[in-house]
Design a protein around this ligand. Structure first.
Ligand code: GLN
Length: 447
């Protein structure tokens, strides 16, 4: 597949032909990565996750409850794409309302992993990652609340980047957990990720949490030769599968040989990451999803009165995982439990942030696994708690609002990709991409 960088040098006509080819190939692939083939604008086609609004397109967050809903306005990330020679083409499959780690909870059915169709592509941006990995998209946009860009990228052997919270506008992104959500790129390589990140980033007055300062473009100034201090969290990696630990150790060795300084650190609060995240994310989700009541958006159930309308619309429209999270979120916010769970989780969130700050006072980047295993088999993630545990390496980054990038480093003995992530200080995307470029070179990953 042509890279994003190359595609940006081509004519609109060539891109129009490519779009037709992509649609045909995507249908033939059987991956179920695309759930729509709409196009908007002119230029290099970028696949868009089904929770990002493109004016006039259906946007459903892969949920039954939003069937028939048409986006009345455009997400700022899409407006920005279009100003940079790109266009929106195709809807990427995802977990319902971005809640999940496998893309199996989609109303449209599961997406398959191109490296093994009995495997999940990861989630929730599984359609975006599978399409880029399967050669049926040049690049894609995903969203990352607790790992949903980085983890599917790792499972599919592609690059996925989560920007600093506030760097990319959330205007027009269906809210899951508003204090954690970020839109970001999924691409074939690090340079393409920087190009797409440059295009979508920037201050937006329509998003009150948008950072109101500009940062220079990165892609034209990438420096893969810079020597950085990279922290390795020793007590963090032990919980990953053996082959992931091996890939990690091997990568550390190569980074050292390439001239980077490795410093060894420990983190004490990682054991609280999952609990903290699942309290805060579900609390915010329960609040955000209260708006889907059959009155204002999408699908409306048959009912005799208003109460029945809410009840039936929500009971029929939401899937099992979404309902579980609404229940959990309302529980931790309810009087009597608010202090014990929600408030405490907010305090722990600060401790997690402080711990990252302490490491970044001595290191430019942190290297970490993305997930404790490679892509699981389809249907193997039935136990929700087990599935939540698979987020152990990604969610703290969202809790701390940091930028991070996942890139493939090796394959395991079954040929499934292994991804590792680099994490940087807030708004230090330049160093993040420089480090990633260097790492991409030294690991020399090939499918
Ligand atoms: N797997 C995590 C969850 O289910 C992360 C999802 C995401 O980043 N959108 O909440």
């Amino acid at each position: 597949m042509i890279t994003l960088k190359e595609a940006l040098t081509k004519s609109h006509e060539e891109m129009a032909t490519l779009r037709e080819e992509l649609e045909a190939k995507a249908k033939e692939s059987g991956l179920n990565a695309y759930v729509g083939y709409e196009s908007s604008g002119e230029g290099v086609p970028i696949l868009i996750k089904d929770n990002i609004q493109v004016a006039g397109w259906s946007v459903t967050s892969a949920s039954k409850i939003l069937q028939g809903y048409i986006a009345p306005y455009e997400a700022t990330a899409i407006t920005n794409l279009k100003a940079h020679g790109m266009m929106a083409f195709g809807r990427a499959n995802m977990d319902e309302f971005a809640m999940g780690s496998t893309t199996e909870s989609s109303f449209y059915g599961a997406t398959l992993n191109p490296h093994g169709t009995n495997r999940v592509p990861g989630g929730s941006s599984g359609g975006s990652a599978a399409a880029v990995a399967g050669g049926i998209a040049i690049a894609a946009l995903g969203s990352d609340t607790g790992g949903s860009i980085r983890q599917p990228a790792a499972y599919c052997g592609v690059v996925g980047m989560k920007p600093t919270y506030g760097r990319v506008s959330r205007f027009g992104l269906a809210a899951y957990a508003s204090s954690l959500d970020q839109i970001g790129p999924i691409t074939q390589n690090v340079e393409d990720a920087a190009i797409l990140y440059d295009a979508i980033k920037g201050y937006d007055e329509k998003d009150s949490t948008s950072a109101d300062f500009e940062i220079e473009d990165i892609a034209g100034h990438l420096n893969g030769e810079v020597k950085l201090t990279i922290a390795v969290i020793d007590n963090y990696i032990e919980q990953a599968d053996e082959e992931i630990q091996q890939a990690y150790t091997e990568t550390v060795k190569k980074l050292k040989e390439a001239g980077h300084t490795i410093v060894h650190k420990t983190m004490q609060n990682t054991k609280y990451d999952i609990a903290t995240y699942y309290i805060l994310a579900t609390a915010e989700a329960a609040t955000n999803l209260a708006r889907f009541d059959g009155v204002r958006y999408g699908r409306r159930a048959e009912a005799k009165n208003t109460q029945e309308l809410f009840f039936h619309t929500r009971s029929e429209g939401f899937g099992e995982e979404v309902k579980r999270r609404i229940l959990l979120g309302n529980f931790v916010l309810s009087s009597g439990y608010y202090d014990a769970y929600y408030l405490k989780a907010q305090k722990v969130r600060h401790l997690i942030q402080d711990e990252f700050d302490a490491i970044f006072s001595e290191a430019d980047l942190i290297l970490s696994p993305v997930s404790p295993s490679v892509a699981p088999q389809m249907g193997a993630s039935k136990d929700p708690l087990e599935m939540y545990k698979s987020d152990m390496y990604t969610i703290a980054i969202n809790l701390a609002g940091l930028p991070a990038i996942s890139l493939p480093v090796a394959c395991n003995s079954e040929g499934m990709p292994i991804g590792l992530q680099l994490i940087a200080k807030k708004f230090n995307e330049k160093i993040l991409f420089d480090g990633a470029l260097s790492m991409e070179k030294v690991v020399n990953y090939t499918k």
